[in-house]
Design a protein around this ligand. Structure first.
Ligand SMILES: [Zn+2]
Length: 244
């Protein structure tokens, strides 16, 4: 009894001494001041919530190569992604490391149509692009937020450019998104079809998010590429490094 009391006293004394060890800088107790760029981020935040730069595509590729890591990155950033079983639809078409991309609870804009089936790597790239480019660019250039991202689909069993005999499109692996435009929170609608070839703020917005996309996606094709892309941006997560 006396022994255990001695241990308790010793423990209390040690705990008390521990308090005297000065905290490391930035680790002070009490509410921490908000220091932009200095707050240690969780790994998911570090990827999805990190501003776009020349290293973004490489970081995404490394973090999304393994499905488990990719899912963790999305989960930590509050992006809903429900994996679907791998499946083969035909010799050139099927799903691997894919799932349903649901709501992104870390941001405002919603996808329309909702819940596309995408590879996990594409889901992560879309998440970076909408948080770090589409929404901030709209606020900066157009003065309002984005409510909705309109797209023309992800998964489609077809060859490149829909031409028979060409290699299978990234769409046949659910690895590319065709972006059509956005709806802003003030009701305005911006489309690649109507606004790309203008010098208006809407046109500048579309060119800005295309330029950003080139650092996020492996392949980014706009109306500048060919007439088949006059009404959308083709955004492909896989390696390719084509940007037009
Ligand atoms: Zn496409």
């Amino acid at each position: 009894m006396r022994m255990s009391l001695a241990i308790v006293v010793a423990c209390l004394a040690l705990a008390g001494c521990g308090r005297l060890i000065p905290d490391a800088p930035g680790q002070a107790t009490g509410p921490r001041p908000y220091l932009p760029g200095q707050t240690p981020a969780r790994s998911g935040d570090a990827l999805i919530d990190r501003p776009i730069d020349d290293g973004t595509f490489g970081r995404l590729q490394r973090a999304t190569a393994e499905l488990q890591t990719c899912e963790a990155v999305l989960g930590q950033a509050r992006v809903t992604f429900s994996p679907t079983p791998d499946r083969v639809n035909s010799e050139t078409c099927g799903l691997a490391q894919a799932g349903v991309l649901g709501p992104d609870y870390g941001t405002r804009a919603r996808m329309a149509p909702a819940s596309p089936t995408t590879t996990c790597a594409l889901a992560a790239a879309i998440s970076v692009w909408r948080r770090q480019s589409v929404e901030p660019a709209a606020r900066e250039i157009l003065g309002v937020g984005v409510d909705q991202i309109d797209h023309m689909g992800v998964y489609a069993c077809r060859p490149v450019n829909n031409q028979a005999g060409k290699r299978p499109s990234a769409h046949s692996r659910a690895a590319a998104l065709d972006f059509a435009g956005v709806r802003l929170s003030d009701g305005r609608r911006i489309t690649v079809t109507n606004d790309w070839n203008t010098t208006t703020p809407e046109g500048r917005f579309l060119h800005r998010i295309r330029d950003d996309a080139c650092k996020v996606f492996g392949t980014t094709l706009s109306p500048d590429y060919n007439a088949l892309h006059a009404d959308h941006l083709h955004l492909e997560a896989e390696n390719g490094r084509l940007c037009r």
